[in-house]
Write a protein that binds this ligand. Structure first.
Ligand code: HEC
Length: 202
């Protein structure tokens, strides 16, 4: 009797497995398969011109793509921000430094004076970030230059995500400050050290 019950259970579970398999084997087109439903003979449709990728991120190729939604919302918020929407923390500056080093430093140089190695080897020199016009330019100007390109500099929109663009803006502001700081704003111990330095405070 027990053996019969056991057998029944096995049969039921096997059926269960069969039902699951049917979900996988349902009629559907495989990517790039032929179809006579559409006039071009292909089952795959080409997205309309100017289609913008919406879902992205590590899980965007999963079937629903929903995991990328929060990231897409963050990108949209970052793109709409008029000034840097993030608090300027050490983590943000480090992220900005990291991205700047990869994407901007080869032309703009570590100090941001526009004398990067690519410029030294013949590419037109970018302007220095330490000129008055760029010191006074709003944060959004730097964001827009990265998003849209500027003159002969091409856009970095496809490589630098909007939140990272703001991290780079924060880092460029730090670079600007590094070359244009008022000694009076330094902590007292550093001011004392500076006074003892051979050149004295400038
Ligand atoms: C391949 C070299 C190159 C790279 C890489 C590069 N730039 Fe530039 N950048 C230039 C050149 C050249 C100009 C001057 C363009 C012009 O005036 O036609 C420029 C101009 C600028 C300006 C000044 C715009 C103005 O108002 O005059 C900013 C700001 C800037 N780049 C930011 C960035 C940032 C941020 C990155 C990294 C995400 C970056 N650039 C990467 C070459 C580069």
């Amino acid at each position: 009797m027990r053996a019969a019950f056991f057998l029944l259970c096995i049969c039921c579970l096997a059926a269960c497995e069969k039902a699951k398999q049917d979900m996988y084997d349902q009629p559907r087109y495989k990517p790039f398969a032929e179809s006579n439903l559409f006039s071009d003979g292909s089952s795959s449709r080409t997205p309309p011109d100017n289609t913008v990728l919406y879902s992205h991120g590590p899980f965007s190729d999963t079937s629903s793509g929903r995991a990328g939604t929060a990231e897409a919302a963050e990108d949209i918020a970052a793109m709409q921000a008029k000034t840097n929407p993030y608090p300027v923390t050490m983590a943000l500056l480090e992220r900005g430094q990291d991205r700047y080093t990869i994407y901007c430093l080869p032309c703009h140089s570590p100090a941001g004076d526009g004398d990067g190695l690519i410029a030294r080897r013949g590419f037109p020199h970018p302007p220095s970030y330490h000129i008055d016009r760029l010191r006074q330019a709003p944060d959004r100007h730097f964001f827009d230059v990265m998003s849209n390109g500027y003159g002969i500099m091409h856009s970095y929109a496809d490589r630098v995500a909007p939140p990272d663009r703001w991290a780079i803006v924060a880092y460029i502001r730090a670079l600007q400050l590094s070359q244009n700081a008022d000694a009076k704003n330094l902590p007292p111990q550093v001011q004392q050290q500076l006074a003892k330095a051979p050149e004295g405070p400038r």
